[in-house]
Design a binder for this molecule. Structure first.
Ligand SMILES: Nc1ncnc2c1ncn2[C@@H]1O[C@H](COP(=O)(O)OP(=O)(O)OP(=O)(O)O)[C@@H](O)[C@H]1O
Length: 308
């Protein structure tokens, strides 16, 4: 398969402020790639460099064989782009904005534009200034998709969308994928990336720290588990179960707070043996996963031991 995006040792700083450092990755034509990272990690900087809005300090980015900085017009022809915050002339209506941008693209399939707007439940008669954040985002999405680009670059695409529209967006991505087109989307929401992408790159503090298939995400995914018992509970019941990383008793002694990697079956079984009366799990957000994933293993073991 052909490589559509090729990024090599890309570095961009803002004066003394870190942006991205030595970022390298390739995206194959037809992939749906998720670029994950907490706030300030460098996702937008990478995307703006790919779009030719920022000149890299060093390194190179190419899309479809074109240099993203030197040949940015050719790059933009290949791409449908949703910026992190889509904004436009506030006096124009949604319809006027889409007509204007469609004309810049040399004309687009109006039936497809109407279909996208209906699917996202977007009213095109309002002026941009009167749109809510979610509706602004929908205009941004429609203009990115409407010319059926070979590559979609989407910066935090579901920000402000309600759950129904998020689902519709996931379907739109699946269709683009079925069409053999390519998607590069940034997100800080783990379930969203799991839902839409086949491969992910994780960026943290400006550096790409992991590239993997989404199926490998389970290796870093941990659950918070809170178990309440009818009488005082002992951390020792759980501490040796494979996958249990920490066990902390809550102050009143009848609740235990566990962090668990992998399956919960054994935990549920042991909880039942000790007459648990309440069992709640919560998937942590990406920042929490980062904090735990990069906590040295020694420290985790000590935590379990101290609580035993
Ligand atoms: N115009 C700028 N001037 C100075 N520093 C900047 C500028 N834009 C970004 N940065 C810095 O570059 C780093 C990366 O920011 P970037 O916006 O790329 O992160 P991000 O992963 O997109 O974050 P978010 O999810 O919050 O949008 C941050 O430390 C940020 O403060």
């Amino acid at each position: 398969m052909e490589r559509l995006i090729e990024v090599t040792n890309l570095t961009k700083t803002y004066g003394k402020q870190r942006g991205i450092l030595n970022v390298s990755f390739d995206i194959t034509e037809g992939e749906v790639f998720g670029f994950l990272g907490p706030n300030g990690a460098g996702k937008t900087t990478t995307i703006r460099t790919l779009m030719g809005f920022l000149k890299p300090d060093s390194g190179q980015a190419q899309i479809g064989g074109f240099d993203c900085w030197k040949q940015s017009t050719a790059v933009k022809r290949l791409v449908g782009y949703l910026p992190g915050e889509f904004s436009f002339d506030p006096a124009l209506t949604g319809a006027q904005i889409l007509t204007y941008l469609g004309n810049l693209r040399g004309g687009v399939d109006q039936a497809y534009v109407r279909q996208l707007c209906e699917r996202l439940d977007l009213d095109l008669t309002k002026r941009f200034r009167a749109y809510s954040r979610g509706n602004k985002q929908k205009i941004g999405l429609v203009q990115a998709f409407m010319h059926k680009p070979r590559l979609l670059i989407l910066d935090e695409p579901t920000g402000g969308l309600d759950p129904l529209n998020q689902q519709e967006f996931y379907h739109m991505i699946a269709e683009v994928h079925a069409d053999g087109r390519t998607v590069f989307l940034s997100s800080h929401i783990l379930p969203e990336v799991e839902h839409t992408c086949s491969r992910i790159g994780i960026i943290r503090e400006g550096q790409l720290i992991q590239m993997d298939m989404v199926s490998k995400l389970k290796d870093i995914k941990q659950n918070d588990v809170l178990i309440r018992f009818a009488s005082p509970a002992s951390p020792a019941w759980f501490k040796d179960i494979p996958g249990v990383l920490t066990v902390e008793p809550e102050p009143d002694g009848t609740e235990l707070h566990l962090t668990v990697q992998g399956e919960l079956q054994s935990i549920i079984q042991v909880a039942a043996e000790h007459q648990a009366i309440h069992f709640a799990t919560q998937e942590p957000n990406l920042e929490e996963i980062f904090l735990r994933f990069y906590q040295p293993a020694k420290q985790v073991k000590t935590e379990v031991a101290a609580n035993a």
